[in-house]
Design a protein around this ligand. Sequence first.
Ligand code: AHR
Length: 779
Amino acid sequence: MKSDKLFLVIALAASCSHLPEVEVDSLGKGAQIPESLYGVFFEEITGSGDGGLYAEMVRGRGFEEGVIPSGCTLDAAGYAAAPLAPCYSNDSINAFKIPWAEDKDLEAWKVSGAGKWQITDKHPLNGATSHSLELQLEKGAITVENEGYWGMSIKGGECYDLSFYLRSAGVEECSASLIDAEGLELDSHRFETTGDGRWHQYSATFHPSESKDGCSLRLSFPQGGTAWLDFVSLFPESTYKGRSGGLRKDLAELIEDLHPAFVRWPGGCIVEGLTLANRVKWKETLGPVENRPGEYDLWGYRATYGLGYHEFLLFCEDIGSKAMFVCNAGMSCLFRNGDFVMGADLEPFIQDALDAIEYAIGDTDTEWGAKRAAVGHPEPFPLEYVEVGNENVFGRYVQNYNRFYSAIKERYPAIKVVSALMFSKDLEDISGADLIDPHYYEASPWFYDNADVFDKLPDDFPYKVYVGEYAAVDKRCMESALAEAAFLTGVERNSDKVQLVSYAPLMENAHFGRDHMIVFDSGTSYGRSNYQVLKLFAHNKPDYVLPLRINDPEQKVPFTPVGEVSVRENNACVEFNSLDVKNHGDTCTICFKALKKSGLQGWQVVFGQSGEGHCFMADYGSHSNESVLFREVSERGDVSLFDYRNQCPITTGVWHDVKVELAANHWTAWLDGDKVVDYHYLKVKRHYAVAGFKEDSGEIILKIVNGESTPWKFVLNLNTGASKGEIITLAAENGNDENSFEAPEKIAPKAYPFRYKGRKQTMECPANSLTIIKLNTKS
Ligand code: AHR
């Protein structure tokens, strides 16, 4: 058991002049921090919706799991193959396909007994759920069990609403029960069924008295006749805000507790689709759930869209967030099929986006506003942003985007339009955007090294930034959470330029084993350490930034790489020629010619290679041949890269002149006579801070990240007198520590009262910690 003392930021009485200083100009004023800053990104991925936030307990309720992705055909080799069409980015034929298993349609089901059964589309309940399970009971009884999302979690004393559709010929009864992992019944119901050959809905409520995990729903059919079963659904009555067929309470509350200023929906890559036809079609996510066809989700399972556009808007309203809707830009994901439409064929896509806006905020006498009112919501929803596409690039996107932009702005000038473009030359060709959307999936060292990435963004950069997706992906622990915290200090400091930020992916069913920010199984849930980090940032958002300096001569240490030099291909076939390495003692120049013959990326000039695997490199053709960058690979294999993308692709079939010049910590990379990267490498201590002021409470709010594994002792200089407040620490004994189902609060904030005796005070932040210091200047 750790003592609380360990986690307390120690305020030492005496000041120590040789210590580093964190100096805050508490009377100064930096960037205004918008209300919009901290939000969330929701995408149906790793069971975040189905088997997660959407409280449905039956998996595969409509027996539609075997339906291949829209736009694909099943080929002879058992692949769901996308149409052969040029990809929007470079006209290549991606011929995208995914293996399609034959037994998908009964994935979560176990059918047993003496009769026969099959999935059929002969007697559709409706066009949306056209398949059903046919049970031929002439030869014997059959039981049909659903394990839900890898075991249902049943809570004693709660109520569970069951509903299913049955079409029967000669079947006069059946029963339904909740069973535990040993097959013991927790509750059951018997139904008299109508054997008239037509579909009928049956429903009942279970009242289990015991709590059990690993449960299933069992439907039993006696011998005799034939029955068709469809749309089997089981919901807890206790949902978020008590809505029938609603959202799971614990997960909705975990999101709500982040106080997100906005929620983005529906994604992510699923907005684009693996084919254009496979994109999310919001209109198909409205209305009675049994009329929603769902769609194969490119993250590997069929999405029901029970949590559809209306439910998303309602959730935003419930938690006091603005809504951000993302529409397809007329192109599927370029890393999948990349098929696209332009010209007149784009019109329906633009109209679809306008209809989505009308559904959310249009008057009730408009076509789509009336549909919203018809389901009991005449008031407009808080839709504020529309993003056009996701991670799209290049000229065709720009052309399509510009048409969306004018159409949306013409009809809805108040809607903020987000371009999916990141930092790229394409930005020169767009006709406008309220925000652009760079994404950062990088290793933890990258986030530490690039916490100042937005300090470098020029003040006159023409677009505001929405960091739509970021995540330290090399590891999932306090060290990576603090790397993200370091990055967020830079976001907050520059929040006149970066106005919105959201982590991705937000949540996951532990079955997928990916460790996203919120982790859950059927019954329980917890936030990882980076959930706690984001929550602390969002809950302690000041109104404006206070100028802050870390005065530490040892904060950034010049460093000269020493070791071997080599040149190698990287995910491409490359011929090298005329290699010339000159070492002048303090400067090393590496020159050669390179011909990229084929492949996606290019080559790497590796330097400073030491025996332990640590090295640096100039990476030509990085990020799927987007850029030339310097990178560092640590002893553990973590890859960090320096500076943001510079859109400098390597052309195939052309001899290139390459030069890399290493002068101590000043490195330059050249391509065909042009200097394409100019970088000064400094080893940085993992100490970061940002300060701000909250006007209504009169509080100075300081966020301090210590990503080192030793405590950080420094002098805090607030240039102000004594005041009272509190310190909140989020700390881990070890950087590799993480929360888990067994210890969900291992890394959780702890708050202590604090008195700043001013003007200067020596402080100590624990190792591996985020510390929030709040001081009330009014006290
Ligand atoms: O967050 C997972 C995926 O990563 C998103 O769908 C996509 O936008 C990004 O590439």
